[in-house]
Each structure stands twice: as structure tokens, then as C-alpha cells.
Write a protein that binds this ligand. Structure first.
Ligand code: SF4
Length: 331
């Protein structure tokens, strides 16, 4: 039985390894996600932050049931999502967990008008009766700030700007009254000038609807703006997590510091991060067999870092996986 105080989403021990195959080289395993655990409460936004190849998108794909993890559990309101039979999961779970994609140009079908994109989920998931569906669609457009809604509802996606399309995509996600919204780089393809508008809209929805959000991003500025908590991923594992403001203002893990140093000003939305020196691409260079995976790039590396993988330590409300804090063991 769910307690009102229990987290909406509980992810524990999630792991996923892919096998990389090439014509001229032997197959090798690539660890995409390793022992990732976190929770998201109702009305809370959590950001998974990392560069390309950090594993954040694989976590999102697993949560959307597009990938099956090798290990771990996902509970939504204490219900074991991985144990659901596929059809039930696809109908009920997909209503409760909605996605906003990175590309507002590819996520809407240009052959259909805005009304189609909103009416379809409303009817399919029985969120409105036929006679009420138009009015509900109008309300949704107002909710996401597309006014006059009566004009926008008959437009086709190619008649909208990128920001307007992303608002329609958000309205479509809201149509089914989700509990959790997964937003995958929702502003990265938009003009810098309208990124703040979309993040402000998401922040308002989070508060007004007590909507839980999981923001997938490479952008610490967006994460800080929208998220209550930030989890930093490196090589598929969470290396630091904690309250967004605190983590950005005083990063503890050397990788978080490197991410922050790669952008000019984390208070400034839309500042594109530089690639962290020597940092990850889709196919990662070999990690050391033992020790900390970040050691080859870490200017703080000590002898112990090459010999022993660090475990999590508690720093107040934060958790960090680094030997620099080994004298403060997790309670
Ligand atoms: Fe750097 Fe050592 Fe911390 Fe790894 S454990 S991030 S190598 S200081």
C-alpha cells in the first residue's frame, strides 16, 4: 500500500550493458548504466546531468520501457513496472509517464493540425468525452500559453515556431494527466531567447499540478533553473547528487567541477558547454580495470584512486563518489 509520503518513482540498482560490435574488431561490452538509484517525489523535478555517453538517455529509455535493464527495479507508486505484462504497461504506464522530446520539429506530425495531436490522446486514454474534447484541447493550449487558443488549434506544425511546437508537445503530454514527465533536453534545439520561456512553463506546471519531472540534460544551467535535485552521471554511474543550488554553487566531485568549468556562467541559460577535456563520446575509451573510472582525467587523483573504486559518501544532503571524501563515510 502506498503511503502519501512515499516517492512517486523509485529506481534502484539500474544497470545496462550493451555489446559494441565492429567489422574489424572484437565485440566488447560497454557499460551504459551502472547501479543507478534515485527517487522522484510528486511535485519534484530531478535532473540527470551528463555529457553524451554518460548514460542519462539510456536511463530515460529504460524508464519508458524502450530498453530492458540487466538489473535493477523501477517502482511507480510502489508498483513494479518491470513486472507488468506488456499490454498493461503500454496503456496504463504510458499514460502515467509521458515524454517531451528534444526535437520539437520531429515530435509532431506535420500532416495533422494541432487539434489532432491533442484530441487523439484525450480520446484514446478516455480523458474526455467526445462532446467535450474540443474544449479540453482549447484548455490545454491555454495552459501552455498558446493564445489565442482558437487560432492555434487549427494550425499545422510547420506554421509554428520551435518554441510553439514544444508547447504543443507539452500540451499533448499533459492531455493524459501524467504523474511523471520525462523531458529529454527539452530546450536544447530552441533559440536561446525562448529556452527560459519553456523552462518557466515547466516550472509552473511542476508547481501547479504537483507534476513530477525528470529532466535529462547536458546543461547544468537548465538543471539548476528547473530541478530541485541534480544527479551527475559519469560513465553510467551517479558520481554526485544533491540539492541543485548547493551542488552548482559548491561542486564536490572533480567531474562536476569539470562540467561547471566547461560553461562560462551556469546562471546563464543557453550557454553551450565546451567539451570537458578528454571527456566521453559515444564509445568511451577503456576505463582502468580497477580504481576510479575518472582517474585518467582527474587532476586530484591520488594513489588510492588507481587501486580502489570509491563508494558513496554523504556530505550533508549530498552524496558523492570520490576518495577525496573518504574520511567522511556514508552514515
Ligand atoms: Fe579523482 Fe580520485 Fe575522486 Fe576519482 S576518486 S574523482 S580519481 S579524486
Amino acid at each position: 500500500m502506498r503511503s502519501p509520503d512515499s516517492p512517486l518513482l523509485e529506481v534502484a540498482g539500474l544497470s545496462k550493458t550493451f555489446v559494441s560490435r565492429g567489422l574489424f574488431r572484437a565485440s566488447r561490452p560497454i557499460v551504459a548504466v551502472e547501479d543507478v538509484s534515485f527517487t522522484v517525489d510528486r511535485g519534484e523535478a530531478v535532473a540527470l546531468v551528463g555529457e553524451s555517453g554518460s548514460g542519462k538517455s539510456t536511463v530515460a529509455r529504460i524508464l519508458l520501457r524502450l530498453e530492458r535493464p540487466d538489473a535493477g527495479s523501477i517502482l511507480l507508486d510502489k508498483e513494479d513496472i518491470l513486472a507488468l505484462e506488456p499490454r498493461r504497461a503500454s496503456l496504463s504506464y504510458r499514460r502515467r509517464v509521458q515524454m517531451v522530446f528534444q526535437d520539437p520539429f520531429g515530435s509532431l506530425n506535420s500532416t495533422h493540425d494541432v487539434a489532432h495531436h491533442l484530441v487523439r490522446p484525450l480520446l484514446r486514454h478516455r480523458r474526455a468525452a467526445k462532446e467535450d474534447v474540443y474544449g479540453r484541447a482549447i484548455d490545454l493550449l491555454r495552459t501552455v500559453g498558446l493564445e489565442p487558443a482558437e487560432e492555434f488549434i487549427s494550425r499545422r506544425p510547420y506554421e509554428l515556431s520551435g518554441g510553439q511546437r514544444q508547447r504543443v508537445a507539452i500540451a499533448r503530454a499533459l492531455a493524459v494527466d501524467p504523474d511523471l514527465l520525462i523531458a529529454d533536453e527539452p530546450t536544447s534545439m530552441l533559440d536561446v531567447s525562448i529556452r527560459m520561456d519553456i523552462l518557466t512553463l515547466l516550472t509552473r506546471l511542476k508547481t501547479e499540478r504537483r507534476l513530477a519531472m525528470l529532466l535529462i540534460t547536458h546543461d547544468l544551467a537548465s538543471a539548476r533553473y528547473l530541478a530541485d535535485r541534480v544527479l551527475v552521471l559519469f560513465r553510467g554511474r551517479i558520481v554526485e547528487g544533491g540539492p541543485a543550488d548547493e551542488l552548482v554553487e559548491s561542486p564536490a566531485h572533480p567531474y562536476t567541477r569539470a562540467l561547471l568549468a566547461s560553461i562560462a556562467d551556469v546562471g546563464e541559460l543557453g550557454t553551450e558547454p565546451q567539451q570537458v577535456e578528454g571527456e566521453v563520446e559515444k564509445e568511451l575509451p577503456e576505463a582502468p580495470d580497477v580504481g576510479c573510472p575518472f582517474a585518467p582525467r582527474c587532476s586530484d587523483a591520488m594513489d588510492v584512486c588507481w587501486e580502489m573504486d570509491p563508494s558513496y559518501r554523504s556530505l550533508g544532503p549530498r552524496r558523492v563518489r570520490c576518495h577525496l571524501y573518504r574520511e567522511k563515510p556514508e552514515e
